[in-house]
Design a binder for this molecule. Structure first.
Ligand SMILES: [Zn+2]
Length: 149
């Protein structure tokens, strides 16, 4: 199997930081995955937003994630796609359940489509794509890595 690396092009459409998510992207620039945690009911949430979806509290703090989770579900994009992504075809889009319980939609790097399966352990990888934006992606956790934790 040929090893594939993700291709990051200059034309990649990038997320726009907002009042709600700017702390998320600031953490990603530092190489940290952070989620909002409700100060009232204690639940984590992602995507970033001003109200807790469980109890509607506005009080929260940012907490660092373990950066580890497991694949909940996924799809393989074989095209057509936006021109900026054509160099990556076929590529995966995964829904990962993080250790904190939140779902995080992203991509597993350097992983052939046939290797992805539900329950597969993954960990975060930080991919800087501009001065402001670092994308949070995943890589497989090898069994020897799991045993050493
Ligand atoms: Zn809450």
């Amino acid at each position: 199997m040929m090893r594939r690396e993700a291709v990051i092009t200059r034309d990649l459409p990038l997320p726009l930081p907002t009042l709600d998510n700017r702390e998320f992207y600031a953490a990603a620039r530092r190489g940290e995955l952070c989620f909002q945690r409700c100060a009232t009911c204690g639940r984590f949430r992602h995507y970033p937003r001003p109200l807790c979806p469980s109890c509607l509290s506005r009080d929260f703090a940012w907490e660092r994630s373990t950066g580890r989770g497991t694949v909940f579900t996924w799809t393989i994009v074989r095209g057509p796609t936006l021109p900026a992504f054509e160099g990556n075809l076929p590529y995966n889009v995964v829904d990962v359940v993080m250790g904190e319980g939140v779902h995080f939609v992203s991509q597993i790097l350097d992983c052939p489509p046939e290797a992805i399966h539900a329950g597969m352990p993954v960990e975060t990888v930080f991919v800087p794509v501009s001065d402001e934006i670092t994308l949070v992606k995943f890589r497989r956790v090898r069994s020897e890595d799991r045993q050493s934790r």
